[in-house]
Ligand binder design. Structure first.
Ligand SMILES: Cc1ncc(COP(=O)(O)O)c(C=O)c1O
Length: 396
């Protein structure tokens, strides 16, 4: 980025950290982002698990263009019948278990979480919500109430009352769930702690405890959804189905959107007593949902998920270096643990200089995140891994 562009960016555009990466983007295509500096970068982050089908996917772009040419916003969500919303709901619910048969559209992951909190209170008549320690659910007041990270939260209290925390993947901690609990909200696989994968025993016990106490089980698959972990949704790795599924990020194929998916009897609570229980002007925006339809069809038609075991194995084969302490992974979601925050920082910087974009985890600075577009080819995996391993070697 030339000096004046960076300066305008820093002065006129709201910032989220004192030292933004500041890559000036010219265009993006497939697994690559092209900088205005003429450099080409492997995108190993997918905009934090958004671009699962890569950049500039022709089918998604065409769907966006065609829908924009027909109509964009016509009325707040829920009033008009718009064909993209119907198409997406039809395709998605056919791919899901029977109880996940209705889709409530919102604009983002955080909004899906907010909606789920309201839905759980309204449906059960209870107010206590249980979340897992080290989870991430978003940055609005409600969603951030579900996080126990003191550093990120201390400046913004008070949050929503009635929230309790349990340990993820700890069966003992499930005794906190009682007939006073409206819902348990958890990521199916925890992401920002540096990937933590619960056992089948924990998931089954969690489902049972929720059933026994009349508590809704809500899975946040905002990061893990749409193929990221090697299944369409991560809960398919377990013999457990949630009452409510929260989706966003990759859902829109690069366009902003999100949704709650549940049985229609649950979602109906927003329609009466009081009516307008959860409304939003832009929820289910037709252009975003046209992109979501194209994206889901592409994911299924290209049988991308079927190729993921092989790609995951290839990453593991080529990501080998004695300085790597552990790789936690599911599908194309990897936490490469170097057990040293400063080392991680140097490796990320060197990889960036050499054309690979990687990232940190929100709650874990000992590991770096790899979540490439799922369309990455085997040759691209080998090439990207070489640059990453070289970056580890020069910084060890
Ligand atoms: C698991 C999870 N839940 C919720 C969110 C919040 O989504 P959004 O940033 O779209 O509000 C995120 C975003 O990173 C996420 O990873």
């Amino acid at each position: 980025m030339n000096y004046s562009q960076r300066r305008i960016f820093m002065d006129l555009v709201g910032q989220t950290s004192p030292v933004p990466l500041g890559l000036e983007v010219e265009k993006a295509e497939g697994v690559y982002i092209y900088g205005k500096d003429g450099k080409k970068y492997f995108d190993m982050i997918s905009g934090i698990a958004v671009s699962n089908l890569g950049h500039n996917n022709k089918r998604i772009v065409k769907a966006v263009q065609e829908q924009a040419g027909k109509y964009m916003h016509t009325m707040v969500y829920g009033e008009h019948i718009q064909s993209p919303q119907i198409s997406f709901a039809k395709i998605l619910t056919k791919l899901l278990p029977e109880n996940l048969n209705s889709v409530f559209y919102v604009n983002s992951g955080s909004e899906a979480v907010e909606g789920a909190m309201k839905l759980a209170k309204r449906y059960t008549g209870r107010y206590e919500i249980i979340a897992c320690r080290n989870g991430y659910h978003g940055n609005t007041h409600g969603s951030q109430s579900l996080m126990d990270n003191e550093y990120l939260s201390q400046a913004y209290r008070p949050f929503v009352p009635g929230i309790r925390f349990i340990e993820y993947d700890n069966i003992d901690s499930l005794k906190a769930i009682t007939n006073k609990t409206a819902a348990v909200i958890t990521e199916t696989i925890q992401g920002d702690i540096g990937i933590k994968i619960a056992s089948q025993e924990f998931m089954s016990a969690l489902r049972k405890k929720c059933d026994d106490t009349g508590t809704l089980l809500i899975f946040d698959e905002i990061q893990t959804g749409f193929g990221r972990t090697g299944k369409l949704f991560a809960f398919e790795h377990y013999d457990v189905v949630p009452d409510v599924l929260l989706i966003a990020k990759a859902m829109g194929g690069g366009m902003p959107t999100g949704a709650l998916v549940a049985d229609r009897k649950l979602l109906q609570v927003f329609t009466n007593n009081p009516i307008l229980g959860y409304i939003s002007t832009f929820g289910g925006h037709p252009v975003s949902i046209a992109a979501a339809v194209a994206s889901l069809e592409e994911l299924i038609d290209l049988e991308i998920i079927d190729q993921m075991d092989r790609k995951e194995e290839l990453f593991l084969k080529h990501l080998q270096h004695p300085a790597i302490k552990e790789i936690r992974h599911k599908g194309l979601f990897f936490a490469v643990d170097l057990d040293d925050a400063d080392f991680v920082k140097r490796v990320i910087n060197t990889a960036y200089e050499n054309g690979v974009l990687m990232d940190w985890f929100l709650y874990n600075d000992q590991a770096f995140r790899l979540a490439p577009p799922l369309i990455i080819s085997e040759e691209e995996i080998v090439n990207a891994c070489k640059i990453i391993v070289d970056a580890i070697e020069v910084n060890r």
